[in-house]
Design a protein around this ligand. Structure first.
Ligand code: SF4
Length: 507
């Protein structure tokens, strides 16, 4: 197996590589939380309405392109190229970014990344009259993953989210439940209540989107103009030029990226693209797959700093947090190709019914079910149920713009979970499956077992079986076992062959 990762990292076995920390572990197992959410009709209505709207918009704009499949192939090939040469591309990126006046910081895990950002904020943001510091933020999955806001709060730093959906989540003391639409579980009435409750100057609001957006704009304007430090994520880092890029819909991100004196970006090491020209493919794949738009309204790129224009202190924290470990998994590493478009969760029947919080991680839905266990290691007890949070219908694979075969990785992780977390015989189900595996693993044993078929047929009276006792009863509570045949296929085959031989012998 090839082990890849950050430059100069000594070659190690996968299980020795550090796992991810932070908000990538289930607090409670998926079935427990999913079960509670299934009875929340309001939540299911909100999510069902939002995902079906985005689904049809996506399908429409994707069908406009004759070369969509070609674009997917190109996206997949480019990301595979990045993952196969990640150390080299990271080194190339660092050189270009530094040459353009930026400063790179390497973070092995969430703790290191949080500590680096805290120090940078303390160096660059003044202490205010209330004794605390302030930063503004562009929506960023990486900073949610490492729990940056919570960490900063304990260090006396208040982080203000500027993305509208993130702001709703933050003001509602809530957690994001979708990669692209973090407040997808809220409807307009709920948002109106949150704004009127938490924005002191909001006044009386209606639930019209334009009214709510205007209230958020007024709330944020002062922060944009007075805050010295901004924190962002990045959708892409270009190895060739040392360029970073953010795509967004509202323009609040661009305000963060241009107005403050200091800009700190936190980006996972897997976000690189080799060449600037690769954006041609990804800027078609991403907006169409995520918001169902031909192009997102605001696309911002920056390469280091420009004297007298924009932030003059430009920092980038390159985050591993388990990515090297995921990369070392030869079956699962393509999960790192993800461009966080969220198309897979918008088509997932499990996500639509349980909502994103059930996955416990910053990354919900089908991609979360593979990426979280890959970052932490599936043997991490908290993530053992995620690979099972899928019907394996394959809809996620069909829509993924970079062709990540999520169902295949889920099956692989289920196997890893069984190896890591289940002793050979720890439950009735394990005992039954171990017995079945032993019997089916040998033709002679299988033939011997099939000899019992005539008796079983007689006992069941040739009828279908509606209920069985014990663990098998859970299975038959939702399915019936068809009537058992008198003879197995193998016996029928042998008899037919014998008849043929007899016929030939008589000729
Ligand atoms: S796995 Fe594919 S579909 Fe899902 S968020 Fe990532 S890129 Fe989008």
């Amino acid at each position: 197996m090839t082990f890849l990762g950050m430059p100069l990292l000594p070659s190690k076995r996968r299980s020795d590589l550090p796992g991810g920390q932070g908000n990538v572990v289930e607090a409670e197992d998926f079935p427990t939380v999913a079960h509670e959410h299934l009875s929340n009709q309001q939540l299911r209505n909100n999510i069902g309405h939002a995902t079906s709207t985005i689904r049809s918009k996506r399908a429409e704009v994707v069908s406009e392109l004759d070369d969509w499949e070609g674009l997917r192939d190109a996206g997949e090939a480019t990301k595979n190229e990045v993952m196969a040469n990640l150390p080299e591309y990271l080194a190339q990126f660092e050189e270009a970014f530094t040459a353009a006046g930026g400063i790179i910081h390497w973070a092995r895990d969430a703790d290191e990344a949080n500590a680096i950002v805290t120090e940078l904020v303390e160096d660059n943001a003044p202490v205010l009259d209330n004794g605390r510091r302030e930063v503004i933020k562009v929506k960023s999955m990486a900073t949610q993953e490492i729990g940056l806001n919570e960490h900063l709060e304990t260090e006396g730093i208040d982080a203000f989210e500027t993305d509208l959906a993130e702001l709703i989540v933050q003001l509602g003391d809530d957690k994001p439940s979708h990669i692209l639409v973090p407040a997808i579980h809220r409807n307009r009435d709920e948002i109106r209540e949150i704004f009127m409750d938490k924005m002191p100057d909001a006044g009386e609001l209606t639930n019209e989107p334009a009214v709510l957006a205007e209230a958020a704009r007024r709330h944020l304007r002062h922060k944009f103009l007075t805050t010295k430090v901004a924190i962002s994520g990045a959708n892409f880092g270009i190895a060739e030029t040392g360029t970073l890029g953010v795509v967004e819909s509202e323009g609040n991100g661009r305000m963060c990226l241009t107005l403050p004196e200091t800009l700190i970006t936190v980006m996972g090491i897997e976000k690189l693209l080799p060449r600037f020209a690769d954006l041609e493919v990804f800027l078609q794949l991403l907006p169409r797959s995520s918001t169902g738009e031909r192009m997102n309204p605001y696309t911002s790129f920056w390469t280091g700093k420009s004297d007298g224009d924009g932030p003059q202190n430009v920092h980038l924290v390159l985050l591993d947090n388990g990515r090297t470990r995921a990369l070392a998994d030869e079956h699962g590493r393509t999960a790192l190709n993800c461009i966080r478009c969220s198309a897979c969760m918008n088509v997932c029947p499990v996500y639509e019914r349980t909502g994103g919080h059930a996955y416990g991680s910053t990354y919900p839905g089908p991609i979360g079910a593979i990426v979280s266990p890959l970052l932490t290691g599936v043997e991490e007890e908290g993530n053992g149920s995620l690979p099972y949070a899928s019907s394996l219908c394959g809809a996620c694979y069909d829509v993924c713009p970079v062709k990540i075969n999520i169902p295949e990785i889920l099956v692989h992780l289920r196997g890893e979970d069984v190896k890591a977390n289940h002793s050979p015989v720890s439950s009735q189900l394990d005992a039954a499956l171990t017995g079945a595996s032993w019997m089916m693993g040998d033709g002679k044993r299988m033939a011997a077992a099939e000899k019992g078929l005539p008796l079983a047929h007689k006992v069941t009276g040739g009828e279908q079986i509606d209920a069985l006792p014990g663990i098998a009863g859970a299975w038959t509570s939702s399915r019936d076992i068809p009537a058992l045949p008198e003879k197995s296929f193998r016996q029928l085959w042998a008899e037919e062959e014998a008849d043929k031989r007899d016929e030939e012998g008589q000729r």
